[in-house]
Design a protein around this ligand. Sequence first.
Ligand SMILES: [Cu+2]
Length: 250
Amino acid sequence: MKILMRHGLRILSASVIGGVLLHAQPVLANYEVETVSNGGTIEGVVKLIGAPPQFAPIKITKNRDYCGQSIPNPVYSVGKDGGLQNVEVYLKGITKGKALWTGTISLVNEHCMFDPRVQGANIGQLIKISSNDPVLHSTHPQNASTNATIYNIALPFAGFSVTKPLPAIPELIKVKCDAHDWMHAWIWELDNPYFATTGDDGHFTIKDVPPGTYTLVAWHEAAGEKPISVTVSAGKTVTVAIELAVTNAP
Ligand SMILES: [Cu+2]
């Protein structure tokens, strides 16, 4: 099995009884779980270089009685000292380390926007898609490069929810609402557990990293992606500063 895994084969193991699929677990092709007893921490901040662009608020074109006339544009959410929110930071190509995250992530339709806008997840996790709004939403996750639909969930009333498995293969998922074209969210579905989303001050922390040198990638929906090299020592915290530049209009 090890030889097959080293060659990057992606296969699904499944228990099938009487033609009914009972259980499907992705087998990790490129990542091996091991005990990390004296790992290091990567801590840092992502900053936007220069002044954030002043985008006009989103004009609401539907359900204005509930959603309102406009919503502040959330693409560049910049806090104290240029800290950029909603950046997904993750280790790329790490082959060994702590166990993947399990459990259910959440995506809420909240006052005609998605919450959270950006998050990470691991293969094998579930997603609970729910609505707190008394208007019809249609949550539609797609593969960000191919636009292939993953599922399309109608959420007809406040309190409605659906829980689904995330796709078996890691991918960047973009989410839209087919009822409200201004609603967007992103999910970085990864095959390793070393990721974090920056908070409103641009900070992030990634823990229990086995000692070594890695590529750390910071991704923002408009400012794009930046890889940096980071070396982690046993039991130590390494602090990094990542700068992203404004490259796109929303
Ligand atoms: Cu909607």
